[in-house]
Design a protein. Structure first.
Length: 317
């Protein structure tokens, strides 16, 4: 299938590395707002069609799928336009800046009968497939609590997008989306009660801790931040045991322990960078004529966006 990359920064380069594992994926076009950076990216990855206007790309290029890799503040306009031009879209997380924007994108994808998926790469690693089968087996009973963290030290820079509200800054939407989406995956539903606190600077959360109640008495504790490294661990408490997923964002291992029993380690290794699994999944869905992913469904993206909005309502006061 023929793809275009919109945005030529960090994650776009990871995407290009990942597709070296997938012979069917061809990137024919790219958009970048800066001509020099666009040319450097396209020269590096041997991409012929180059656009500094994304609408021109959507109008002129024959590609059928867009990988949307610009910062989230512009995901809505870049994705909406792609959908309106009949392109399928794999959109980096978070899909948009609010519940309303996310819902509007989902509506546009359905109206235009094209595929849309939030690029929650975590869900597509082999060990997560194993985890979901393990949960379905009920070997340890039902999962009741998820405790997950994703925090890294990023030196404060008042001009960088992480720290500017007008550029979509804040750790909950950028990084906290991972542990929240992980809890939603484990429980197979969305939270219905939220309590959050945050360390704020210039209206942007530098560290956020939040508690979530899920249906059927399930709970989650999420910690995220741009200040201070955390282990990036998902601890899942089951009725009859525990499962720990180290590096749960891009995992290859599960450590399982039944109550009172022996610990066991399961590893399903993968080749770096790991984005290839979500890309292959998106291609498979599109080939089969699906308009959304069963693993990262659109209603879940809408629900996660709503939960993040509620966190921000609480921490901004
Ligand atoms: N899945 C993952 O693990 C992962 C990892 C990192 C990021 N992400 C997500 O991917 C997205 C991009 O992150 P990144 O780290 O790749 O960012 P990045 O390195 O800053 O690259 C963003 C690209 O978009 C361009 N851009 C920035 N602002 C723009 C605007 N207003 N209009 C048009 N183009 C604009 C940048 O151009 P300039 O160079 O000219 O600024 C650059 O080409 C974010 O939403 C992020 O949450 C996902």
């Amino acid at each position: 299938m023929n793809w275009a990359v919109v945005g030529v920064g960090n994650i776009a380069n990871v995407f290009m590395k990942a597709i070296q594992h997938i012979p069917d994926v061809k990137v024919l076009a790219a958009y970048g707002r800066n001509r020099e950076k666009l040319d450097a990216f396209c020269d590096k990855w041997n991409i012929k069609e180059r656009y500094t206007d994304y609408e021109q790309l959507y109008k002129q290029s024959s590609v059928s799928v867009i990988y949307l890799a610009t910062p989230h503040i512009v995901h809505f306009e870049h994705t909406m336009s792609a959908l309106e031009h009949g392109k399928h879209v794999l959109c980096e997380k978070p899909m948009a800046m609010s519940f309303e924007e996310t819902e509007a994108l989902v509506y546009a994808a359905r109206k235009n009968k094209v595929f849309l998926m939030e690029a929650m790469w975590t869900r597509f690693f082999p060990i997560n497939k194993w985890l979901m089968e393990f949960i379905r087996s009920e070997e340890f009973g039902k999962p009741v609590n998820v405790n997950a963290d994703f925090s890294f030290e990023y030196p404060y820079d008042k001009d960088y997008r992480f720290f500017r509200r007008d550029l979509g800054g804040g750790c909950m939407r950028s990084a906290g989306i991972y542990p929240l989406a992980y809890a939603c995956m484990v429980f197979g539903c969305l939270p219905d009660e939220i309590k959050a606190i945050a360390q704020m600077k210039n209206e942007v959360d530098l560290r956020t801790a939040a508690l979530f109640r899920f249906p059927k008495d399930c709970t989650a504790e999420i910690y995220t931040g741009f200040q201070g490294e955390s282990q990036c661990m998902a601890n899942i408490a089951f009725e009859k045991g525990t499962v720990v997923i180290p590096e749960f964002i891009h995992p290859d291992t599960a450590i399982i322990k039944p109550c009172g029993g022996e610990e066991k380690r399961i590893s399903l290794l993968y080749e770096e960078p790991g984005l290839q699994f979500e890309i292959e999944h998106a291609e498979d869905c599109i080939r089969m004529g699906k308009k959304e992913s069963p693993i990262m469904p659109l209603n879940e993206s809408i629900g996660i966006a709503r939960a993040i909005d509620l966190v921000y309502e609480q921490v901004r006061g």
